[in-house]
Design a protein around this ligand. Structure first.
Ligand code: 2DT
Ligand code: MG
Length: 218
């Protein structure tokens, strides 16, 4: 008899720079493993692929690209990994994903270009594997500053982050905040943030016992 494995959950962690995404993703992965859940952590942009290297060079301001072109490269970077995400989920492994299509929309739409509307920014990512849940780590500009401010990369500037925050807010409203889009107060100490996130994920919560069954629009 063929053993049927249940599908893994697709958990996305989103947020502004300095919101603690990387720290929290690592903590959550550890916790899932301790709970005996098969899980894997990925991150976008994945700077290791050929497309990822172009993105990396753009973010470090070592190269310049048209705003539309870089937007499509970020999306292509997700598409080149989409089937591998799908396979991993099908094999029963939970996928934690540090940034996803929401960052893609938020950072590009925040450029406020008339020919790069919110809808235009969303379009290339439609039909990617759909997250079962997105945890949005909401950090205030004050707290981000307190945490040592931003680095030197292209979007790591106060005014950019502020505009990106507005787009994330719109995404949250459209996603129906509280169901698949969970806003987590990322100003809290990291142990508390981890606790809040875990409460939304831990078995026997919905996310790990009734995994989604297929792709869909993000
Ligand atoms: P990290 O600091 O997490 O490496 O992100 N970005 C990210 C976009 O503009 N579009 C996207 O689709 C994604 C995934 C956010 C690097 C920067 O790239 C931005 C910050
Ligand atoms: Mg960064």
């Amino acid at each position: 008899m063929v053993e049927r494995k249940s599908r893994g959950a697709f958990v996305v962690i989103e947020g502004l720079d300095r919101s603690g995404k990387s720290t929290q993703s690592a903590l959550l992965l550890e916790r899932l493993h301790s709970a005996g859940v098969q899980a894997k952590l990925i991150k976008f942009p994945d700077r290791t692929t050929a497309i990822g290297k172009m993105i990396d060079s753009y973010l470090r301001s070592e190269s310049d690209l048209d705003d539309h072109a870089i937007h499509l490269l970020f999306s292509a970077n997700r598409w080149e990994l989409a089937s591998s995400i799908e396979e991993t989920l099908k094999a029963g492994t939970t996928v934690l994903c540090d940034r996803y299509a929401f960052s893609g929309m938020a950072f590009s739409a925040a450029k406020n270009k008339p020919d790069m509307s919110y809808e235009w920014c969303r379009a290339p990512d439609v039909s990617l594997p759909a997250p079962d849940i997105t945890l949005f780590l909401d950090v205030s500009p004050e707290k981000a500053k307190e945490r040592g401010g931003y680095g030197d990369e292209r979007y790591e500037k106060e005014d950019v982050q502020e505009r990106v925050r507005d787009v994330f807010e719109r995404i949250g409203i459209e996603m129906g905040e509280g169901s698949k889009w969970i806003v987590v107060d990322a100003d809290l100490p990291k142990e508390e943030v981890a606790e809040v996130m875990w409460r939304h994920i831990e078995p026997p919560q919905r996310v790990l016992i009734t995994p989604s069954n297929g792709c869909g629009t993000t």
